[in-house]
Every structure is written in structure tokens, then in C-alpha cells.
Design a protein around this ligand. Structure first.
Ligand code: NAP
Ligand code: GLV
Length: 306
């Protein structure tokens, strides 16, 4: 069995070493033009040339959860595209969202500003019942985040394509229930995949439907947010602020207004990082299962787009 590795923005060597330790009988190499045909590929954002030169791939294993970059390519119908299935990401997302939510709810930014001036001042406690948290996307990451937020006794709502039942979460589904979900939400968390149906879904109209003093936590893909709509909503008093981890252009350009806005927190697309060891173990396990003809989790439906 031959495995080829193409990782934009990542050094391939530690991945190749780790995969060789898990799959000692496989030939595993970094891809280069003209490389021999492989059975499987481990990738992040490969170019079309890579796909065109490897038409015999049975599996393409993405080292991230989101496959939007891969699905832009023309990939032969018989090749299975496999996303990373948690592999240590959901706990990171839960940490990120709970931290951001509590920092906003408990006004820790204001306390920090007071502390810098040596001010001992209390703020009136807020009712968590006034802070319903709505999570868009209840997949591998969204469901874990919903359950983590529920531990802090905030009302939790979720929105997905298909109906589902999650204990402690009021679940809405489909376009028909989207408006009711938005108007019941104060803190909106986006964990949708980027597809044609979800591109630009965070915009003046949808964010304008949140409960008063809404707050946005955008952690899936930058193209979900119509960026020009955000600052007018905050400055106009419709939203209280936002924490953004993903952007239309990454790295976020130095001149972008988000960096300097007092009610926007920017983090550099790291709300859930790919953890190399966990990911290698998961991918190797799936390759072994595929080779034995066994079913595997995380196979992407290219028509659905995730
Ligand atoms: P997932 O398991 O595929 O879950 C996707 C969820 O979105 C599902 O609940 C799905 O509904 C729902 N959904 C999809 N299209 C929808 C639509 N049109 N309307 C309503 N709901 C829709 O994905 P995941 O593993 O949780 O990851 C989510 C995304 O997070 C990734 O695609 C990636 O872009 C992003 N991400 C970001 C980072 C970061 O560091 N910032 C890290 C990892 C991932 P159903 O359940 O009904 O199918
Ligand atoms: C990161 O953004 C991922 O999709 O895993």
C-alpha cells in the first residue's frame, strides 16, 4: 500500500514519521509532481494538479474537520473523501466557546479595565436566563459545545439541517425554523460547515434577528460572515460585540478594522487546532479499516458539501 502526503502550511515529515509508525508495511512519501500512484492521500488544501496526477486514490484523508477547500477541486467520484472526526477538536471548541461566553456574560473585560486603573467596583449580576446560547450546527463539534454550555446552566438552543434530540438542548431544524431559532438566541455560535447553503449566512438580516444585545462567536469559516455587515450592527447598538476566529482573508490583514474595534475580539483561526498524534492515529485506523473493507466514520457527502 502506498500513501502520499500533501500538506499546505504544515511540514510533512512529522506526519510521515507518525504514519509510518502506525502503518509499518505502507510506503509513505511526501507528494511531488510525477510521484507514483498512491492508494490513499493525507492532505490539507492540495492543488488540483495533485488530484489530477493521482486518479487511483481510494481515500483522501483531510487533516481538518472542514472540507470546503477540498470540495472546490474536481475529485473522481470513486474516491472517498474523509474528514477528521473530532480527534481532540471538540474539547478545544468547548473550551473556546465556554471561555468566550463566560468572559462576555461575567464582563471580565470591564473588570480587567477597572483593575488596570486600580478600581474596586462591582457590577450587577446578570441572569443567565437572559443569555440563551444558540449553536448553529450540531455535528461533531456543535453537539459537544452545546453540552458543555449546558453544564453552566445557560439555556441552550441548536440548529441543524435534520431534526435531532439532544438532552438539555432545544433543537430547531431546517430553514422553516431558522428565524425562530435566531429570535430566541442572544449569544450565537457558528459551527456550520461552509457550503453553498451556508455561505454568507451571518449577515445584517440574520444577525439583526437575534435578541437585543446579541453577541456573535464565529468559529467555523470566514465566508459564513458578511464582514461589512458586522461593525455597523455593533456600532448601531444592535449587537453587543463579537469574537471572531475565522475570516474571509487569513491571516487577517493588518489594516482590517476588526483588529482595532473595541467590541471585537480576534483570534488567529485556532479555536480547535489539528492535534497531530490524535489525527495520525485516527487516519491510520481508518486506512486499516478501509483496507479490510470495514465501514468508517467521517466520509464526506460531496453533494451535501460536508
Ligand atoms: P459536522 O460534524 O459535519 O456537523 C455539521 C453540522 O452542521 C450538522 O449538524 C449539520 O446538520 C449542520 N448543517 C449543515 N448544513 C446545514 C444547513 N444548511 N442548515 C442547517 N444546519 C446545517 O461538522 P463539525 O465537525 O462539527 O465541524 C463544523 C465546522 O467547523 C467545519 O466544517 C469547519 O469549517 C469548522 N472548524 C473550524 C475550526 C477552527 O479552528 N476554527 C476547527 C475545526 C472545524 P445535520 O446534523 O442535520 O447534518
Ligand atoms: C480547521 O479549520 C478545520 O476545519 O479542521
Amino acid at each position: 500500500m502506498r500513501i502520499t502526503v500533501y500538506l499546505t502550511d504544515n511540514r510533512p515529515d512529522p506526519w510521515i514519521e507518525g504514519l509510518k509508525a502506525e502503518l509499518p508495511d505502507a510506503e509513505i512519501e511526501a507528494w511531488q509532481p510525477g510521484a507514483p500512484q498512491a492508494d490513499h492521500a493525507v492532505v490539507w488544501a492540495p492543488p488540483q494538479q495533485f488530484i489530477d496526477e493521482q486518479p487511483a486514490l481510494r481515500g483522501i484523508f483531510n487533516i481538518g474537520a472542514g472540507v470546503d477547500a477540498l470540495l472546490k477541486l474536481r475529485i473522481p467520484a470513486g474516491t472517498r473523501i474523509v474528514r477528521l472526526d473530532d480527534a481532540g477538536m471538540s474539547v478545544q471548541m468547548a473550551e473556546y466557546v465556554c471561555h468566550t461566553l463566560i468572559r462576555h456574560f461575567r464582563e471580565f473585560d470591564a473588570y480587567e479595565a477597572d483593575a488596570r486603573e486600580g478600581k474596586w467596583s462591582y457590577r450587577r449580576p446578570k441572569a443567565r436566563s437572559d443569555f440563551p446560547v444558540g449553536i448553529m450546527g450540531l455535528g461533531v463539534l456543535g453537539e459537544r459545545v452545546a453540552k458543555a454550555v449546558a453544564q453552566f446552566e445557560f439555556p441552550v438552543l441548536g440548529w441543524s439541517r435534520s431534526p435531532k434530540q439532544i438532552e438539555g438542548v432545544r433543537v430547531f431544524s431546517g430553514e422553516a425554523q431558522f428565524d425562530e431559532f435566531l429570535s430566541s438566541t442572544r449569544v450565537l455560535v457558528n459551527l456550520l460547515p461552509l457550503t453553498e447553503a451556508t455561505r454568507g449566512i451571518l449577515n445584517r438580516e440574520t444577525l439583526g434577528k437575534l435578541r437585543p444585545e446579541g453577541y456573535l462567536i464565529s468559529i467555523a469559516r470566514g465566508a459564513h460572515l458578511v464582514e461589512d455587515d458586522l461593525i455597523p450592527l455593533i456600532d448601531g447598538g444592535r449587537l453587543a460585540g463579537a469574537t471572531l476566529d475565522v475570516f474571509q482573508v487569513e491571516p487577517l490583514p493588518a489594516e482590517h478594522a476588526f483588529w482595532r474595534h473595541p467590541r471585537i475580539v480576534v483570534t488567529p483561526h485556532g479555536s480547535a487546532r489539528t492535534l497531530r498524534e490524535e489525527s495520525i492515529a485516527q487516519i491510520a485506523g481508518k486506512i486499516r479499516a478501509m483496507e479490510q473493507g470495514l465501514p468508517i466514520a467521517g466520509v464526506v457527502d460531496p453533494v451535501r458539501g460536508y
